[in-house]
Ligand binder design. Structure first.
Ligand code: BG6
Length: 512
């Protein structure tokens, strides 16, 4: 009787995701490894994954940057970064296992020799660390540098899945993916010319957030929400992504982009797509993307952009009890800059489910607090058999998906105030992650890096989604091109135009 060599557990159903999946041996090559994203998010996420036992034993991090570093210096920097920013507790023994697996290749993006060295390094790792040729290339670099790096990966053959000895090759591209529809298309062409489409992972870290993935569960695993999730019952939807921070040290990047390109085009529209999409046929990447794409393509801006596309720019003010300076006084921002730090837009979705339901989106920096939420605001009850004075303070029912920071869901509805009368008041019922689950949620980057290494594209927007999102933002940018953003005092909820936008139809922003 012959013996069969099982490479996987024959008793395990591959569709059962309850047991953690561990990637194959591989390398993660990070371009821009000295930048903020790598230090604050990527390297700490790698440590957290290692700490949770989710990385393969043969896993190498290769850094590439213009620094005169050796492997040890890189490892020290990574250790510092992981220690300061990791989500999970620090465990020396976990780091000790990773520590021998840091490689650094110094060089500039236009330096052929440095890329030859990188190629040779990745090749050597096959034998030295048993990575069997698998490598993911993470572009944590300014978009302007993408073409040069892509060309180098192509020239050296590093991007080729079929190089001698096999192994997968994937690329991870950070947003912003282009700066408008045209540049995004050019960039796509370039990336597709170097990597096979299936190996391109476009990061939108909002999709890695637990609370965002939970929207699928809320809507499609329950019987009670979906029947009312449409224009028969929903009055309007508000999506808020507010930050109390300013632009930090990213003046150059921010001033070239502004709030609409930085977050509306990606994070906020992805939230909208997931909140508004039809039920996918399954949870495979392709099925979800098909439904998201249909929504994004059905978005229509209002004809009157003056009233429904509002831009603002933060001025001096106070945030969380501290005085802060206005955008125009930030370091390295030209005093004449017309870049927006706040954007609010009213959109419609042209399909049967959402016909006539306004979607109000707003995002801004230096607002009173950090909060991201999706509020579905329902219509009034069709008939109220109560006296006017009893319902005076009653608002519309709301279902609020609290994406962050106080993760959970709130349902707001009317209730009788105890007593002899029939006075009604809004009350809320809530679910909070903190009180409900003992395990804290992973950071978005933990989930997304793991998915890249596993080759799972479910949580990554594809080129068509990026295109459809730019198709929404391009006309806004065009309209705004010759206007100035309205100043708003730091620590307030943005420019008055955004309030007027809702007031004109008798609505108002939720106090998030
Ligand atoms: C990034 C934007 O994509 O998201 C930043 O470029 C923003 O401007 C950040 O601050 C917010 O992310 P989070 O996860 O803190 O909400």
């Amino acid at each position: 009787m012959g013996t069969t060599l099982h490479t996987s557990n024959p008793l395990r159903d591959p569709a059962d995701r309850r047991l953690p999946r561990i990637p194959e041996p591989c390398a993660l090559v990070i371009f821009g490894v000295t930048g903020d994203l790598a230090k604050k998010k990527l390297i700490p996420a790698v440590y957290d994954l290692a700490n949770r036992g989710l990385l393969p034993a043969s896993f190498v991090i290769v850094g590439f940057a213009r620094r005169d570093w050796g492997d040890e210096t890189f490892e020290e920097m990574a250790r510092e970064a992981a220690k300061s920013h990791a989500r999970t507790p620090w465990r020396e023994e976990v780091w000790a296992r990773l520590a021998g697996n840091f490689k650094f290749v110094p060089g500039a993006f236009d330096d052929d020799e440095a890329f030859d060295k990188l190629d040779a390094t990745v090749d050597e790792l096959r034998v030295s660390h048993g990575i069997v040729g698998n490598a993911a290339f993470y572009f944590s670099i300014p978009p302007l540098a993408f073409p040069t790096v892509l060309k180098q990966l192509k020239r050296t053959g590093m991007s080729d899945n079929r190089q001698d000895g096999g192994g997968w090759r994937r690329v991870v591209v950070e947003k912003p993916f282009g700066e408008d529809r045209k540049s995004a298309a050019e960039l796509n062409k370039l990336v597709d010319d170097v990597f096979t489409a299936n190996d391109v992972f476009r990061i939108d870290h909002y999709l890695g957030k637990e609370t965002v993935q939970n929207i699928f569960a809320l809507r499609f695993a329950n019987a009670m929400f979906e029947p009312i999730w449409n224009s028969n019952y929903v009055d309007h939807v508000q999506i808020t992504m507010a930050e109390d921070v300013g632009i930090g040290s990213r003046a150059g990047f921010y001033d070239d982009n502004g709030a609409a390109r930085d977050v509306l085009q990606n994070h906020v529209l992805q939230l909208l797509a997931i909140a508004a999409m039809e039920q996918p046929n399954g949870f495979e990447a392709e099925e979800i993307r098909t439904e998201k794409l249909k929504v994004l393509r059905a978005i229509k801006l209002h004809d009157d952009l003056e009233a429904t596309a509002i831009r603002g720019q933060y001025a001096d003010g106070w945030v969380q009890g501290q005085p802060v300076k206005g955008y125009l006084s930030e370091d390295n921002i030209p005093p004449t800059s017309t870049t927006e730090t706040y954007a609010a837009v009213q959109l419609g979705i042209q399909n049967r489910r959402w016909n006539g339901v306004p979607f109000y989106l707003r995002t801004g920096k230096r607002l009173p607090k950090r909060v991201t939420e999706i509020a579905v605001v329902f219509k009034e009850a069709p008939h109220m058999p109560f006296a006017d004075y009893d319902t005076k303070t009653l608002g519309n029912n709301q279902l609020v998906i609290r994406v962050q920071p106080d993760e959970g869901i709130t349902v707001k509805f009317g209730s009788k105030v105890p007593g002899t009368g029939m006075e009604l008041r809004d009350i809320s019922m809530g679910f909070g992650y903190g009180e409900t689950f003992t395990e804290s949620s992973p950071e978005a980057y933990e989930r997304l890096i793991l998915d890249v290494l596993l080759g799972d594209k479910t949580l990554f927007p594809d080129a068509q989604e990026v295109d459809a999102s730019w198709a929404v933002v391009d006309p806004l940018e065009e309209y705004w091109a010759n206007t100035k953003p309205e100043p708003y005092e730091s620590g307030t909820w943005g420019p008055s135009g955004a309030d007027l936008m809702l007031q004109s139809s008798g609505r108002r922003w939720r106090r998030a």
